[in-house]
Design a protein around this ligand. Structure first.
Ligand code: FAD
Length: 295
């Protein structure tokens, strides 16, 4: 199969869905239900996250392997530097290769103490994602993606620093990037402009988080430092007691954001699904995307 990097380089819009490795059998059943329901939309690729502190290593590899073997989908596995020596990272990368997974999202990971605590690299590990990109690329024929931050990485001094880091990751061999969630298209376009001005040419897929319950709104806004537009927050609060109305508003707001991003030249959309297919499917079909997917 082609790689994510090659599919993006070929042009056309890319559409992808992100899942996380569940902890329970019930969670696993819901995940596979979501994967099967989204498979019919023929996304360009799907990705599986890597738990904080490397806690889901085996599950992440196993799920990507099963996607490669049992579905028509193209899997991408995430990988972080947290809590692993270089030898251990090599071994996980080897497991991806053995599992038939050629697409890797190379991340540093959040500090082991949680976001906001100081970052400490493993004594025999890597300090930054650009080093992981170099390592993965050195170990085989992998297509490597990286993270990008429209509203500044919490540890970065400035938005320009983030642009320089993205360029460093491209120079290390990253073929594409996926962004942190955001709710205003202007943040994405301004980030692209800063990165392009420095010579960053890789496609950057906007990460889309459809908010469909009111708790998510409070939790994500606080956790990620992502700006949530006041007028939209007010619209959510106005219907807070009506779960169906909150869901409908979440789908509408995410659809509007997606349309603005595509109209403005974004190379595709990457949906954080939280292992549920409903809102992603509603947005996807509402935008009439199915027919234009590139894979
Ligand atoms: P880096 O690029 O290393 O950047 C981290 C910080 O170091 C930044 O402040 C940057 O400015 C600075 N920096 C980078 N390189 C250098 C350098 N060479 N010299 C000096 N400073 C530098 N986390 C998980 O644990 N598992 C996941 O599966 C996961 N998936 C994600 C998917 C997406 C799309 C995104 C956007 C994030 C994801 N994360 C995941 C979270 C990510 O691990 C954190 O945001 C982490 O804090 C930063 O990762 P990074 O790869 O951007 O790190």
């Amino acid at each position: 199969p082609p790689t994510v990097g090659a599919l993006l380089a070929a042009g056309g819009h890319s559409f992808s869905f992100e899942f996380f490795p569940p902890k329970t059998d019930d969670g696993e059943r819901l995940l596979w239900q979501a994967i099967r329901e989204l498979e019919g939309l023929r996304p360009t690729f799907v990705s599986v996250t890597y738990g904080a502190g490397g806690s889901t290593r085996d599950r992440t590899v196993r799920i990507t392997q099963r996607i490669a073997e049992e579905t028509t989908l193209l899997p991408m596995g995430h990988l972080t530097c947290v809590g692993s020596s270089v030898a251990e990272l090599r071994s996980v990368i080897g497991s991806y290769a053995d599992a038939g997974v050629r697409n890797v999202l190379a991340l540093r990971g959040d500090p082991p103490g949680g976001p906001g605590s100081p970052w400490e690299q493993h004594p025999e590990g890597l300090a930054h994602a650009d080093e992981l990109v170099t390592l993965v690329r050195s170990l085989g024929d992998f297509s490597v993606g990286v993270a990008a931050f429209p509203e500044r990485h919490p540890e970065s001094a400035s938005l320009d620093d983030d642009a320089r880091v993205l360029l460093a990751k491209q120079e290390a061999g990253a073929e594409f990037a996926v962004t942190q969630m955001f709710f205003e298209a202007s943040h994405y376009f301004a980030m692209i402009e800063r990165a392009r001005a420095l010579g960053c040419t890789i496609p950057v897929l906007p990460g889309i988080m459809p908010l469909t319950n009111i708790n998510q709104l409070e939790r994500f806004a606080i956790l990620s430092g992502t700006a949530f537009p006041d007028d939209l927050a007010a619209r959510f609060r106005a219907v807070a007691d009506d779960p169906d109305a909150v869901h409908a508003l979440g789908v509408e707001a995410a659809s509007d954001l997606c349309q603005e991003l595509l109209d403005g030249g974004a190379p595709g959309l990457h949906f954080f699904t939280l292992n549920r297919s409903t809102s992603a499917r509603e947005i996807y079909t509402g935008l009439g995307l199915g027919a234009s997917a590139s894979a």
